[in-house]
Design a protein around this ligand. Structure first.
Ligand code: SF4
Ligand code: SF4
Length: 265
C-alpha cells in the first residue's frame, strides 16, 4: 500500500524554523514561467517559501552552532543551509529543495522573490526595508516545495513603504564618506574607508547609514553580528564573536553581495 503524500504546511515550517532562530518570510505559488529549480528529477517546484533572519534572534542560535566555531569558511551560510535542510526533511518529506542566495551563477533572484512573498520595499540604501524590522533582516535561503502548502498565506496587503513618509532621510546623510549618491552605492569608497583606521566605528558597530534609520530600531543587530558581516564584506572572514580573521576559502557570492550596508541577502 502506498503512503499518502504529506502536504507541507506553512505554519509547521515557520514553527520549525523559529525553533532555530530563523523565520519564514512569506511565500508564493510558482508558475512555470518562474523557472524555479526543480525539487527532483521530473518534479517541478510548485511553491517557494523564503527563509530569513530578522533582528538579533538568529545570531544567538548561530553563535552557539558548531559552524560558528569550526574555523571553516562561510559558517553562516553553512549553518543556514543545514538548518533549512533539516526543517525541509521534517516538514516536507515528499519533496523540497533548499536554495541558497549564493547558489550560482546564475544566482537566484532573492530580492525579487522577497518582494513577491511579503510586504518589503526598496530603500534609498538599496536594501529592502520591512515596516516592522526596518533594515535589520536578511534572506538566508528558500525552500522550493513540490506541493503548495494549503495554508500558504496570501501576499500581505502592502502597508505603506516607510521611506515614502521619511522626509529627512537620515540614512543618506549618515555615511562619513558619502557612499550613497544619485549614482547609487559606491562600494569601493565604502570598502576603502572600512579598511582604514577611520572606519572602525562602521566596522565594529555596523554601517552608520543603516543605523541612522529609525524604523525597526529594536531589531538592530548586536555589535558582534554587525562586525561579522563587515568582516565578510571586507573578505576578512570573522567569527561569531565578531573578530576578523583571514578567510581560508573564498567568500560565497552571498557574502560578496552582502556588503556592510547592503547585507540584505
Ligand atoms: S532613514 Fe528613512 S529613507 Fe532611509 S531607509 Fe530609513 S525610512 Fe527609508
Ligand atoms: S559602512 Fe555604511 S556608513 Fe560606513 S562607509 Fe560604508 S556605506 Fe558609509
Amino acid at each position: 500500500m502506498t503512503r499518502a503524500a504529506v502536504l507541507p504546511r506553512y505554519r509547521g515550517i515557520a514553527a520549525a524554523l523559529a525553533a532555530h532562530g530563523l523565520a519564514a518570510r512569506g511565500g508564493f505559488a510558482l508558475a512555470a514561467a518562474d523557472r524555479a529549480p526543480a525539487v527532483g528529477a521530473g518534479r517541478p517546484a510548485r511553491a517557494l517559501i523564503l527563509v530569513g533572519a530578522a533582528g538579533p534572534a538568529p545570531w544567538t542560535a548561530f553563535a552557539a552552532s558548531a559552524e560558528a566555531a569550526d574555523g571553516a569558511p562561510d559558517p553562516l551560510d553553512r549553518w543556514s543551509r543545514r538548518v533549512i535542510a533539516a526543517v525541509a526533511a521534517a516538514c516536507a518529506p515528499d519533496g523540497a529543495r533548499v536554495i541558497g542566495p549564493g547558489d550560482g551563477p546564475p544566482y537566484p533572484p532573492f530580492l525579487a522573490w522577497a518582494r513577491r512573498a511579503a510586504a518589503v520595499h526598496p530603500s534609498p540604501l538599496g536594501l529592502l526595508i520591512d515596516p516592522a524590522v526596518g533594515l535589520w533582516h536578511s534572506y538566508r535561503g528558500a525552500l522550493a516545495l513540490a506541493a503548495v502548502p494549503p495554508d500558504l498565506p496570501a501576499p500581505a496587503a502592502t502597508p505603506p513603504a516607510p521611506c515614502a513618509s521619511c522626509a529627512d532621510r537620515p540614512c543618506l546623510a549618515a555615511c562619513p564618506v558619502g557612499a550613497f549618491s544619485a549614482d547609487g552605492y559606491a562600494a569601493e569608497t565604502c570598502r576603502a574607508f572600512l579598511a582604514d583606521a577611520a572606519g572602525q566605528a562602521c566596522r565594529t558597530a555596523g554601517c552608520a547609514a543603516r543605523r541612522a534609520c529609525p524604523v525597526g530600531a529594536d531589531a538592530r543587530y548586536p555589535p558582534a553580528q554587525a562586525a561579522f558581516h563587515m568582516a565578510a564584506f571586507l573578505g576578512w572572514g570573522g567569527d561569531a564573536a565578531g573578530r576578523a580573521r583571514p578567510l581560508r576559502g573564498k567568500a560565497t557570492a552571498a557574502q560578496q553581495g552582502a556588503p556592510g550596508p547592503r547585507e540584505g541577502v
